[in-house]
Ligand binder design. Structure first.
Ligand SMILES: [Zn+2]
Ligand SMILES: [Zn+2]
Length: 259
């Protein structure tokens, strides 16, 4: 039994997908992937994902605005985030954070938005999902400034061990995506080896970043198995053990009942 701790089911291109979203979920279930956290990237997806969680009992969602989204829009307010987070099936705030790789010019917007998400997490008691790229010190500094009782996760982690360690000390989990399977990711695989098992999560970030050997295809939650196999190898444990541990971590962090 595996879970996909981070995907974007509302961004899949389902035009030629046999069975549509039902097909995506059925194929994932056939691979032993039993639960899915579909993460919001803007306020409209935050609202529409709620319909998805109402329809499928094994899909959960979050509320948030991605740091690279909608920079032409006003920063989401704490109240907007808190209100949306009241819906059934919403288990987290995010994804939010700082991404200075693609978009250093939007830094002010990103920072204000991130702080509002941190405050929404404080006020709802729901954990935060952080997208982070090339902003290590500032991200950790803000997390220290706005301590979160519910903790959170550094998703699709590609930064240094030092950043992972600082986040773990603050109560965070570290989630790895298909990037760990990429040929060029030796440094990242070294980070995977060092993250304690009880803080580890796996994800697809579907529809983006398909793992080897599916690169170039649209990524789907069923491919979290390839991510998990790679991580299990690096940790020198069986895929079954890795699946059990990451599923328990997922339930603990997001307070989701086991199926
Ligand atoms: Zn992200
Ligand atoms: Zn994402």
């Amino acid at each position: 039994m595996l879970v996909d701790s981070h995907c974007h089911l509302d961004h899949l291109d389902l035009t030629d997908r046999e069975g549509g979203l039902d097909g995506v979920i059925a194929d994932a279930l056939a691979q032993g992937i039993t639960q899915f956290l579909s993460v919001a990237v803007d306020l409209s997806s935050s609202a529409s994902l709620v319909d998805l969680t109402a329809k499928y009992s094994n899909i959960y969602s979050s509320v948030g605005v991605h740091p690279l989204q909608k920079i032409d829009q006003p920063v989401p307010s704490v109240q907007q985030l808190v209100d949306l987070a009241q819906a059934q099936g919403v288990v987290a705030i995010g994804e939010t954070g700082l991404d200075n790789f693609y978009s250093a010019d939007t830094h002010k917007w990103q920072r204000e938005s991130f702080i509002n998400h941190l405050q929404a997490s404080q006020s709802t008691g729901k954990p935060i999902i952080i997208h982070t790229r090339d902003a290590r010190e500032e991200t950790i500094e803000l997390l220290r400034q706005y301590p979160l009782e519910a903790g959170g996760v550094m998703h699709c982690f590609t930064e240094t061990w030092e950043m992972a360690e600082a986040a773990i000390e603050l109560g965070f989990y570290i989630s790895f995506s298909g990037i760990v399977t990429f040929k060029s990711a030796d440094d990242l695989r070294e980070v995977v080896r060092r993250v304690p098992l009880d803080r580890l999560l796996v994800e697809t970030d579907s529809p983006w970043l398909a793992p080897v050997p599916h690169r170039g295809k649209q990524n789907e939650p069923q491919y979290v198995r390839e991510v998990a196999e790679c991580v299990a190898d690096l940790k020198d444990i069986t895929i079954e053990k890795l699946a059990e541990i990451t599923t328990q971590n997922f339930h603990r962090l997001f307070r989701i009942p086991a199926v």
